[in-house]
Ligand binder design. Structure first.
Ligand code: GLN
Length: 313
């Protein structure tokens, strides 16, 4: 396994940060009202290696809501509890090639042509999480996110309240899945759990440690705690590769080769298996809902460090 010299990592992060820091492209998500008023200038870059070294640039303390990046960790938890086959059969693991909240995607194969990294599959995942009631399920989801991050995370209540009060589309998705026999707990409560999970607050460093835990086969490289099995990580990364950036997942993989996951709060993390996790927080998004600066910074770092796993030299 190749080791990356620290000086090279620092140089790549420095260059990427400076090259893109003044870029003004993209726009905050505003369909969740609270996200429109998040400071668009928050810009933090963190890389964490599988031996636990943390490299940072810029703003690594400002908190944003995790949004869709959370789908990764709830998916991993459901695989741990139910097994990989159950997730394949009960939720689905195929890329939709459509927007994250597409209803057409659910309609196509009566809810089978989805995966846990888009809204329908993620709401189905919340419905599947072990727990006697909604509070127990939410507690378990908070715990797994905190374990991946290596510190106790908490909810951004204004973001949760803002999305929960205007959430009919996700509620419709949950009910359509119920109609197709693919919702495994009350649809209203499952959507609520999902919405809370999306409102978990994180900074760039949290996301990078979470990514590094995936890069390290499920063991948090900072706390050394084993969170999930290597097999769970393997299946999770596969879906991140095909569906982590919604309908732009193909373009992303074509350019970086790395499994990744974005969220409309402006967070994006990518995993270089065996080597490192990297994350960027920058709220302005492109038309697909992915952070503009984050994609550019991670793409640049992957190129500079020659870590696209499909590159054989
Ligand atoms: N909570 C958001 C939603 O359900 C998450 C979407 C995202 O980050 N793509 O619409």
């Amino acid at each position: 396994q190749l080791t990356l010299p620290p000086a090279e990592i620092e140089k790549a992060l420095d260059e990427a940060y400076n090259k893109f820091k003044d870029l003004k492209e993209g726009k905050n998500a505003d369909y969740i009202k609270e996200l429109a008023s998040v400071d668009p200038n928050i810009f933090g870059v963190v890389l964490v290696t599988t031996d636990g070294k943390v490299y940072t640039k810029g703003d690594i303390t400002s908190m944003v809501s995790i949004q869709s990046v959370s789908k990764v960790f709830t998916m991993a938890k459901v695989i741990e509890e139910q097994g990989a086959k159950a997730v394949e059969d009960k939720i689905g693991v195929d890329a939709t090639g459509m927007r994250f909240n597409s209803i057409v995607a659910v309609e196509l194969q009566k809810g089978k042509e989805i995966n846990p990294l888009v809204n329908p599959g993620a709401i189905a995942a919340s419905s599947l999480i072990n727990g006697a009631d909604s509070a127990a399920k939410m507690k378990s989801i908070m715990q797994v996110h905190s374990d991946f991050a290596g510190r106790p995370l908490s909810l951004n209540w204004p973001v949760y309240v803002s999305e929960a009060g205007d959430n009919l589309r996700n509620q419709a998705i949950a009910h359509l899945l119920l109609a197709y026999g693919r919702m495994y707990f009350d649809p209203v409560q499952s959507t609520d759990i999902y919405t809370k999970q999306c409102a978990i607050n994180v900074n760039a460093k949290d996301l990078a440690i979470m990514a590094a835990t995936l890069a390290n086969g499920g063991v948090n490289p900072v706390t050394k705690k084993k969170i999930v099995t290597p097999e769970t990580v393997m299946h999770t990364l596969s879906v991140m590769a095909t569906a982590g950036l919604y309908d732009n997942s193909g373009i992303w993989l074509y350019n970086s080769g790395l499994p990744a996951k974005s969220g409309v709060g402006g967070g994006l993390l990518a995993v270089c298996p065996g080597k490192f996790g990297i994350a960027v927080v920058s709220p302005p998004l492109d038309a697909a809902g992915n952070s503009v600066k984050a994609q550019k910074v991670i793409g640049y770092v992957v190129d500079k460090l020659h870590v696209n796993p499909y590159l054989v030299q």
